[in-house]
Design a protein around this ligand. Structure first.
Ligand SMILES: Cc1ncc(COP(=O)(O)O)c(C=O)c1O
Length: 385
């Protein structure tokens, strides 16, 4: 049962609660507090937890240590900034200009680097998507330079639209560039979340999206990826990202992913999502729309509902009071809601882009939870229809 104190937390794309195994581990208080770079037993104990996690991740994602580096950072915003800036700084140092490719619907940690990249003398190219949230293939055009980096978002955080990795391979070929895959929203939310393409160049994940701790994430990066280290210091993690490692956070990644592997039931998740959307569609009739509906390539946990004529923040507050926690789209640090860039990218008007609410389910939400959820939703949505 995923309702906590008779409340439904349906904002898993923003963040997830700690996995039970992580909570148990924390409550035991049996931590290795040592500095993993220290040569004594206490330091070695901490290092062992990092090494166990590294081995587990290489094996889980079937990635070869000979081909890819693996490094930990404070989460995907840092990881993606590090990889993108590392790439363009490397080009700059080698007196090369390069092209930064991304999509209008990418996360702000991808998009908001564009001006900085330009300040280093490079160019950027934002590509559009269609109304189903898929890339507009005919508008994907090579930039001026022979060197470039594309960000490819595997699962969109707002719409839940999934871009299969073979498309990233096609774009890589067409643009002749390196590809970084923003993999933050894939874990547990699509069936093949641990099947990476070894011909793509880098992948970034964030632990708080799948039951690990906040402030920790990891990236796989091809060994020949042009990269200048961004966080410099004592040379930890093979000098890819300096700083004393967040050992507890790192180990929470392993515990949370093991938990997910044990508990996920994709058939159930898919069933719940289908039931939820068919209930929602029959409730809203022609008064609203689910973004990207009709696209067969959407994930099993996200539904972005647009109800024209109703402001997102007002609907969210009413749902919150009724015990259903959702968001307007991506979590916003200022608390001030702006029209969704993702909805606009998918062809919704400026006004409609401020009239969406995103339901994002836990991959372990069960069908037993649905009747109570429908009862709560029914009362609130009826006011807006
Ligand atoms: C697709 C995507 N990329 C990147 C991020 C940034 O992740 P973090 O919160 O770990 O910085 C998020 C977080 O919402 C996301 O959904």
């Amino acid at each position: 049962m995923k309702s906590i104190s008779n409340r439904f937390y349906l904002d898993y794309n923003a963040t997830s609660p700690l996995a039970e195994s992580v909570q148990d581990w924390i409550s035991k208080g049996d931590f290795s507090f040592g500095n993993p770079s220290s040569a004594h037993q206490t330091g070695k104990k901490a290092k062992k937890l990092i090494n166990e996690t590294r081995e587990y991740l290489y094996s889980l994602f079937d990635v070869k240590e000979d081909d890819f580096h693996l490094f930990f950072h404070s989460g995907a915003s840092e990881g993606i900034n590090t990889l993108v800036r590392g790439f363009f700084l490397n080009a700059f140092k080698n007196q090369k200009q390069a092209d930064y490719y991304f999509f209008d619907t990418d996360h702000s940690c991808v998009v908001n680097q564009r001006e900085e990249i330009k300040a280093f003398g490079h160019d950027f190219y934002p590509f559009p998507v269609d109304e189903l949230g898929m890339p507009k293939i005919d508008q994907i055009k090579k930039g001026k330079h022979s060197c470039g980096l594309l960000n490819f978002t595997w699962v969109n955080n707002e719409s839940g639209v999934v871009w299969p990795l073979y498309k990233a391979l096609e774009f890589k070929e067409k643009l002749g560039c390196a590809v970084h895959v923003d993999s933050v929203q894939s874990v547990g939310k699509i069936r093949d979340w641990n099947k990476l393409e070894s011909d793509l160049d880098a992948y970034t994940f964030s632990a708080h999206k799948f039951g690990g701790m906040k402030g920790i994430g990891f990236s796989f990066m091809k060994k020949d990826f042009p990269y200048e280290c961004f966080v410099r210091g004592g040379g930890q993690q093979a000098a890819l990202r300096s700083g004393t490692e967040n050992v507890m956070g790192i180990y929470s990644i392993k515990l949370a992913l093991e938990d997910l592997q044990r508990n996920q039931n994709f058939d159930e998740t898919e069933f719940v999502h289908r039931e939820f959307e068919s209930w929602l569609l029959s409730k809203i009739g022609d008064k609203g729309k689910i973004a990207g509906y009709g696209n067969v390539s959407r994930n099993m946990t996200t539904t972005y509902l647009v109800l024209p004529g109703n402001r997102s923040d007002i609907m969210m507050t009413a749902l919150d009071l009724a015990g259903v926690e959702v968001s307007a789209g991506s979590a916003c640090s200022s608390g001030i809601l702006k029209p969704s860039r993702i909805l606009k990218g998918m062809g919704f008007s400026e006004k409609e882009a401020g009239e969406g609410i995103r339901f994002s389910f836990s991959p372990t939400f069960t069908k037993e939870d649905l009747p109570a959820l429908f009862e709560k939703l029914d009362k609130v949505l009826s006011k807006y229809l």
